[in-house]
Design a protein around this ligand. Structure first.
Ligand code: PMP
Ligand code: GLN
Length: 381
């Protein structure tokens, strides 16, 4: 079979999780928590299944969830969204990303992307016929700069795909960086597709700024969220897309032919979850921040140079100060085979000119899991 997708490798997450199983390793690679998620939200889903919410729900999502999404973003991000015209439920953020690219670009349109990039982005852009224009972010700051944007934007720029907070770097972009990007988008007439799945997983008192709240972007941004990340149940695949009515009409056409609907019981449970008390979200963040600090302290004590992480489930270690010749992929293979700990080489998130000295660890784990991994890392530096 000769096609773009036939030639793609298996994702690094799947590969590392398989190696972790083969070597009975502690899996700090693929990003998922090792607890089952909030019991009340899980119970709601089970109840909804038993009550019989098992047939096709409305294509745009159950009204309860669309209203809950609008109310949640009003309370948390000050957004004013019309649940009937500006909110759509998708089967995970992944569907929303695919749908946005399929719906909004035509073959030959240029798409600005930021490396390191989430693994699904590039194949989807290419399959949609987009021409990628890659902006390279470099450690330790991973900053968006005017010079880099100047080089990436051209008169053919049609769409920009940003992930904020950013996987794998753990960066939460500043308001200034986002406003800079917004100026480039409005100037070129590009749509900003903003993957905000990590919006609730931010630390150190930082604030998440949604693309829909940036100057000039209310009508030309597509905000993508994920219940899987908000509730730490990554298998749940319930996503939400928010955009102005005209954009939403186009986006809904992709959704109706990609998945059409999303399991209704999960939608009711997520609607319930989004309405939880503020305290629940605050303590979820605090718990993950404690886990981040535990892994930062443990890795630092073992001599690993840890880069700052302000959001997501991830932190990064830069191997360069330990050994300028170190390569992330070889390091990760050695780590999983000889030390029994799985991590992700960050070079896998680059399409060209990879940074090859950085390794990503997931800290969304119980203390016992983190301590087990740290115990095994004792002799790995
Ligand atoms: N975008 C980013 C940046 C992610 O990190 C992830 C999952 N880790 C997704 C999208 C996928 O989200 P979902 O599981 O809701 O499809
Ligand atoms: N988003 C998760 C991560 O970055 C993995 C998702 C996947 O396995 N595709 O680890």
């Amino acid at each position: 079979m000769n096609s773009l997708f036939a030639g793609l490798p298996t994702t690094v997450f799947e590969t590392m999780s398989r190696l972790a199983r083969e070597h009975a390793a502690v899996n700090l690679g693929q990003g998922f928590p090792d607890d089952p998620g909030p019991e009340d939200v899980r119970r709601k889903a089970a109840e909804a299944v038993v009550e019989g919410w098992n047939q096709y729900p409305p294509m745009m999502g159950v009204p309860e969830l669309r209203h809950a999404v609008a109310a949640h973003y009003r309370d948390w991000q000050g957004l004013d969204l019309d649940p009937e015209a500006e909110v759509m439920v998708t089967s995970g953020a992944t569907e929303a990303l695919a749908g946005a690219l399929f719906a909004l670009i035509e073959p030959g349109d240029e798409v600005v992307l930021f490396q390191p990039l989430y693994d699904a982005y590039l194949p989807l852009v290419l399959r949609a016929g987009g021409v990628p224009r890659l902006v390279r972010l470099v450690p330790p700051e991973w900053r968006l700069t005017e010079e880099a944007l100047e080089r990436a934007f051209t008169p053919r720029t049609r769409l920009v795909l940003l992930n904020n907070p950013h996987n794998p770097t753990g960066r939460v972009f500043t308001r200034e960086e986002l406003e800079l990007l917004a100026r480039f988008c409005t100037r070129s007439g590009a749509v900003l597709v903003s993957d905000e799945v990590w919006e609730h997983v931010i630390f150190d008192g930082l604030t998440h700024h949604s693309a829909l709240d940036l100057p000039g972007l209310r009508e030309r941004a597509v905000k993508i969220g994920s219940a899987g990340k908000i509730f730490g149940m990554t298998g749940w695949k319930v996503g939400f897309v928010c955009a102005a009515p005209e954009l939403m009409r186009t986006l809904s056409k992709a959704h109706q032919f990609l998945t059409f609907t999303t399991p209704p019981a999960l939608q009711y449970a997520v609607a319930y979850g989004l309405a939880k008390e503020r305290d629940w979200f605050v303590s979820m963040r605090a718990g993950l921040q404690r886990s981040r600090d535990r892994l930062v302290d443990g890795l630092s004590a073992r001599g690993f140079p840890v880069l700052p992480s302000s959001g997501t489930y991830f932190l990064n270690v830069d191997l360069a100060p330990l050994d300028p010749a170190a390569r992330d992929e070889a390091f990760c293979l050695d780590l999983v085979r000889r030390h029994g700990v799985a991590a992700i080489p960050v070079s896998a998130f680059y399409a060209q000119e990879p940074v090859e000295s950085v390794v990503r660890f997931c800290f969304a784990k119980t203390d016992a899991t983190l301590d087990r991994a740290l115990g095994r890392l004792e002799k790995a530096t």
